[in-house]
Design a protein around this ligand. Structure first.
Ligand code: GLC
Length: 745
């Protein structure tokens, strides 16, 4: 590492001197780190500094529109590229790293990033599914496994977690997040960041995380990806920003800016990077654009050309230009013409170099290049079991009339029908990294492995996911007639959610509903299994079928996980984190809505409702059944008056009144009956996932303080206001016990 070795000695001396006066370990670490960063910065030319601010994609995989630009490899050799994405495997990353270290003047190590969204090689349930587990420990473990595998394969940085709140299931990227609730989304963001980053970024089995897409990307008008976002500052700060703030508080190493504009200013040039992220939240990490989102300031109509785009993005505070070739093309001239101060360049390069030091790349650029670890860690049995466990916990039981589930493993004849039954690809979902269908267990295989040797498993695909080919109906009806039970497996392809995959109609695609109706006519008991990446509008199915399991896209171990639930080896405990509408026309529909002056009421004409659809969602936020039943009783508050400085103690008794042991997510909501601005009809403030044996009763306790009742008032001050409140404790946002209290000064 040429000059940098000399530099190391200099850094050591400078650091020794500067530590003499410092007060504590943390400060010493920070001082040392800043000295190292400054020392490297001081040796860099302008071209090398600007090079660090550019990231280009490897040729193997593009995750956005192709942008003409320099060959990444040449730029690496010339020390004019700081980072690459979509470079996979120890061999390839080592090769690129060697070019940077041995061929460029300073030998500054490269930073490799990749979309490790729900697993690297062992693919876990899509994030929306994982969120339905409400199991923060398991969600953290999922990210931990992803980090272990990605770091073993040469990755330093994942572009995850996606923490965008989504209230519109037409938006394909709802699949990548934690649903519609801000409180739950904030906790899940923190869990995922802890899983990815661990306690030490320089460890060879942790990776830098990236809170994205800052901000409010999920509020795209019409649920159309990349579309306009326009909202009040109050909605922005109360609904969309908290998961990003939670990410900053959790120590996330990087942020990624969103494609969308927010109230007229595109996110990649929006002052909220500085006045909120940097100034209010004191974020010291690195900010990367999304794929060419700096260049897209031009089509946004916010920049006239690349020069203006670069000036505006730099002023906004974007440190690194992902696959945009804007910074690399125009910053040098802008500097020479005095249109951009070198101090802004230095600030950005410091943020980038600091991350590389934190990752240990200057100490050992090959720290993440270990072929043996790569071979041992990817797709090992422990990781598969973790994916299977996460899969089980992500499943939501939507209906179980006649208690058809769980099925017996010795059922005589089982007909498995549908386009997603014998499919090991779509179960991986979108953003599947290096996941492969060859490694995945599909549902038909999972069922065949689970049932007894006496069970006959019949199978027909029935139809495709899309298209109007009904030729498979006849054989499907025939095997249904021969079966004791039909397992009907329908849903979406992996390509129907994720980036640039919004849908204008969120019903089952193709002729799948027609197939369901044909099988329904046979009169056989049907278990409908949904495999999808968003809430679906399935009113006919919900009205006519007695048994529906929401199995999402559960990843490499999907078939085993679903079979575990189907045959009762695991009692489903999932709860929806995004509302299922009755029709697409009801969207947006979410639980924490405002009441309006004429709240929906069937018996009254002049109220806020549709004349052609019943009021309310098909399945509400927080909803999910179990094979057992739970009885909620005895909701008690320590007082019916809460002083601002006090804590309200809330308790209730929960009984497992059924025959199966199980886990129940007990949810605590509050309702603020009136305020200086209108308030949501209810808001999730806490939850506990409780294990209960059949027949067991436990007391569940919560604490509530006035701080949890704060909101942005009519002066945009974040405060609680005295007044009437209700506490709701229940099994979903639609079924709960309720008690009232007053908040007083
Ligand atoms: C994509 C996505 C972003 C992803 C990035 C790199 O356009 O918007 O989420 O991390 O590009 O693949």
């Amino acid at each position: 590492m040429k000059l940098l070795n000399l530099l190391k000695a200099a850094i050591l001396i400078v650091t020794m001197l500067s530590c003499i006066r410092s007060k504590n370990d943390r400060e010493i670490v920070d001082i040392v780190l800043e000295r190292k960063v400054d020392s490297v910065l001081s040796m860099m030319t302008l071209e090398e500094k600007i090079g660090q601010m550019s990231q280009l994609s490897g040729l193997g995989e593009f995750t956005g529109p192709l942008i003409a630009g320099d060959s990444a490899i040449e730029a690496v050799k010339q020390g004019k590229l700081g980072s690459m994405l979509n470079i996979n495997g120890v061999a390839y990353t080592r090769q690129i790293q060697e070019m940077a270290l041995l061929e460029s003047r300073l030998g500054i190590p490269m930073l490799f990033g990749y979309d490790v969204i729900h697993g690297y090689k062992t693919i876990f349930p899509v994030p929306l599914a994982e969120a339905c587990s409400w199991d923060l420990e398991s969600i953290e473990k999922s990210a931990r496994v992803a980090a272990i595998e990605a770091s073993a394969a040469g990755q330093h940085w994942t572009f995850a977690p996606m923490v965008d709140i989504a209230r519109d299931p037409r938006w394909g990227r709802i699949m990548e997040g934690a649903g519609e609730d801000t409180y739950l989304g904030s906790l899940i963001a923190r869990a995922r960041i802890r899983g990815f980053q661990g306690d030490d970024l320089s460890s060879s089995n942790t990776i830098a995380a990236c809170a994205k897409h800052y901000a409010a990307y999920g509020a795209a008008e019409g649920g159309r990806d990349y579309n306009t976002v326009d909202m009040s500052e109050r909605t922005l700060r109360e609904i969309y920003l908290p998961p990003f703030k939670a990410s900053a508080n959790a120590g996330v190493a990087t942020f990624m800016t969103a494609f969308n504009e927010i109230n007229g200013i595109p996110a990649s040039a929006n002052p909220m990077m500085r006045f909120i992220l940097r100034d209010e939240w004191n974020f010291k990490g690195m900010i990367v654009s999304d794929w060419n989102s700096i260049g897209e300031l031009i089509p946004h109509g916010f920049a006239a050309n690349k020069n203006e785009a670069a000036i505006l993005a730099m002023r906004g505070g974007v440190d690194m230009d992902m696959q945009g070739n804007v910074y690399s093309k125009v910053l040098l001239n802008l500097l020479k013409n005095g249109e951009i101060p070198e101090s802004q360049i230095d600030e950005a390069v410091r943020n980038i170099l600091r991350l590389k030091f934190q990752l240990g790349l200057f100490d050992d650029p090959y720290r993440y290049c270990n072929e043996q670890r790569e071979a041992e860690m990817l797709l090992n049995a422990i990781h598969r079991e973790a994916a299977r466990d996460m899969g089980r916990k992500s499943i939501v039981l939507l209906k179980n009339g006649n208690r058809l589930l769980p099925l017996s493993k010795s059922v005589r004849t089982l007909a498995v029908i549908g386009p997603l039954a014998d499919d090991a690809d779509n179960i991986l979902g979108g953003w599947r990294a290096l996941g492969s269908s060859e490694d995945a267990v599909n549902l038909l295989s999972g069922i065949r492995e689970a049932v007894s040797s006496h069970t006959r498993v019949l199978y027909e695909k029935g139809c495709d996911i899309e298209g109007d080919d009904r030729s498979g109906f006849k054989n499907s009806i025939a095997i249904a007639r021969r079966a004791d039970v039909v397992v009907l497996v329908v849903g979406e392809s992996a390509a129907m959610t994720g980036e640039a995959h919004s849908r204008s109609d969120i019903g089952l695609p193709g002729v799948q509903l027609e197939l369901i109706k044909e099988i329904y006519k046979t009169g056989k008991p049907i278990v409908l299994i949904l495999m999808n990446g968003r809430p679906l509008a399935i009113p006919w199915e919900a009205e006519h079928l007695t048994t529906i399991l929401e199995a999402w896209q559960l990843g490499t171990e999907a078939g085993h996980a679903i079979a575990d639930v189907l045959f009762g080896d695991y009692n489903p405990s999932g709860k929806l984190v995004a509302t299922f509408p009755r029709t697409t026309g009801q969207v947006p529909i979410y639980y924490n809505h405002k009441n309006t002056g004429r709240p929906a009421e069937n018996s009254l004409r002049f109220t806020s409702k549709y004349i052609d659809t019943p009021i309310g969602p098909l399945f509400p936020f927080g909803y999910g059944l179990s094979y057992t039943t739970y009885f909620y009783t005895g909701l008690t508050l320590s007082s019916d008056v809460l002083h601002m400085s006090d804590t309200l103690k809330i308790s209730m008794q929960l009984t497992n009144t059924g025959k199966f042991d199980g886990e129940e997510v007990v949810q605590l909501y509050i309702k603020d009956h009136f305020g200086s601005v209108t308030r949501p009809v209810m808001e999730l403030k806490d939850f506990k996932k409780i294990k209960l044996a059949a027949g067991e009763t436990v007391t569940v306790n919560f604490l509530l303080t006035s701080g949890q009742l704060a909101f942005y008032n009519n002066h945009m001050q974040y405060k609680a206001e005295p007044g009437d409140f209700s506490v709701m404790v229940g099994t979903s946002s639609a079924e709960y016990l309720e008690e009232d209290f007053k908040l007083v000064w």
